[in-house]
Design a protein around this ligand. Sequence first.
Ligand SMILES: Nc1ncnc2c1ncn2[C@@H]1O[C@H](COP(=O)(O)OP(=O)(O)OP(=O)(O)O)[C@@H](O)[C@H]1O
Length: 245
Amino acid sequence: MTKPLLQVEGVGKRFGGFIALDGVDLTIPAGERVGLIGPNGSGKSTLVNCLSGTLVHETGTVRFEGRDLAGLGPHQRTRRGLARSFQLPRPFASLTIAENIRVPLVYAAESRRGRRLSEPEIAERIAEVLGQMGLADRARHMPCDLTQVDMRKLELARALAAEPQLLIADEAMAGLSNSEVDEIVALLIGLNEAGITVVLIEHIMRAVMQFSQRLVVLVSGRKIADGAPAEVVRHPEVERAYLGQ
Ligand SMILES: Nc1ncnc2c1ncn2[C@@H]1O[C@H](COP(=O)(O)OP(=O)(O)OP(=O)(O)O)[C@@H](O)[C@H]1O
C-alpha cells in the first residue's frame, strides 16, 4: 500500500459547547485526488483549518509524511509541503500577479528546497506557475484587473508557488460559469497529474464527480462515508443528508 501522505486520527474541535468536528479520521495516500463534501456547516472548512494550522483542534492528531504537525502554525505547515487555497481569494492588492507568486515562492519554496533561489530561477519558476494556471499573459496585471475565474486561478497559483505535496482547494469554483468550472477542474487534475496530491472541497457536485478518485462526506462534524465516488453518493446516509429526509 502507498505510504499515507496525510493521516488524520480522531480530530475533534468545539466552538464553545458546539461540536464542529467529532473524531474525524482520514488517511490520504500520496498522489490521490480526494473530494470532501458535506452540507453547509458540516465542518469541512473547520477540518481544513485544523489541517492547515489556522485552528487548533482539541483532540486527535494530524500527521504529514508521518510527522505530527501539533504546534506548527500555517506557515510552517506550508513549508513542510501542505498548502491550501482560500474560499475568498486574498491576493496582495498592491502587488502585480507575478509579485503575488513571488512571495510564497521565496518564502516557502526556498525553505523547502533548502537554498536561496537566484533571480533567474525565481523568474523562471514564476513563469512556470503562471503558465500552469493559464495566467501567463496576466503577469504584469494587478489583482483588481482580474476576472473572477482568473482571481480563483491566482489563488491556486499562490498555493502552488509554495511547491506543495498536498494542495487543499477550498471552494475554488463557487459562482463560476459551467465552462469556468470545467477549466478549474482541468487545472486541478493537471496539478495532480504533475504529482501533487489534491483535496477539493466543493459544493458543485458535477465538478466533484469529475475530479474525485475518492469521496469523503462530512455531516455534523462526523465522517459518514469515504470511498469510491459513485458508491458514496448512493450511500443512504449521504442521500438523507443531501435531500434532508
Ligand atoms: N469560529 C467559529 N466560531 C463559532 N462557530 C464556528 C466557527 N467556525 C465555524 N463554526 C461553526 O462550525 C460549524 C462548521 O462550520 P464550517 O465552516 O466548518 O462548515 P462547512 O462545512 O465548511 O460549511 P460551508 O459549506 O457552508 O462552508 C458551523 O455550524 C459553523 O457555524
